[in-house]
Ligand binder design. Structure first.
Ligand SMILES: [Zn+2]
Ligand SMILES: [Zn+2]
Length: 136
């Protein structure tokens, strides 16, 4: 049987599964992704459109289109981003790393748009770190 990995939005309305084989994982540091996702950089898993199977919540998955660039798909209930379609890469979906519901071994092999990378990203391991939350 083919191995699958599962993912979802935060509220669980949108569920998907993906073939669990080698995928290309990319960190994007561009300013567009920062603004659209509210994060310092975004990690995406590039998959063939045919490999991503939406198993629940098609009606909850809504789109935000950026003209000439692509479409962001996210949950209308909880706002979690699920995947992007980038017009420069037809046939692919860029699935948001955080959307996976189980541990995955996918590791980024590329950083792109490093010209816009925050200068603290490379030294993040050097700052004071805790295993859980900071105690009050
Ligand atoms: Zn949701
Ligand atoms: Zn980007």
């Amino acid at each position: 049987m083919e191995s699958k990995i599962k993912g979802s939005c935060h509220c669980g309305s949108v569920q998907f599964e993906l073939k669990n084989d080698q995928k290309l994982v990319v960190n994007c540091h561009c300013d567009e992704c920062k603004k659209r996702n509210g994060s310092a950089f975004s990690t995406y898993i590039a998959v063939s459109e045919n490999d991503l199977n939406l198993t629940e919540g098609e009606h909850s998955l809504i789109q935000y289109e950026v003209e000439n660039e692509g479409i962001k798909y996210f949950c209308s209930e909880c706002g979690s981003p699920i995947y992007n379609k980038n017009y420069r890469f037809p046939g692919l979906y860029m699935v948001f790393y955080g959307a996976f519901s189980q541990a995955v071994n996918f590791k980024p092999s590329f950083n792109v748009f490093c010209e816009n990378k925050q200068n603290w990203v490379d030294t993040i391991k050097n700052i004071t770190s805790f295993q859980g939350a900071i105690e009050r």
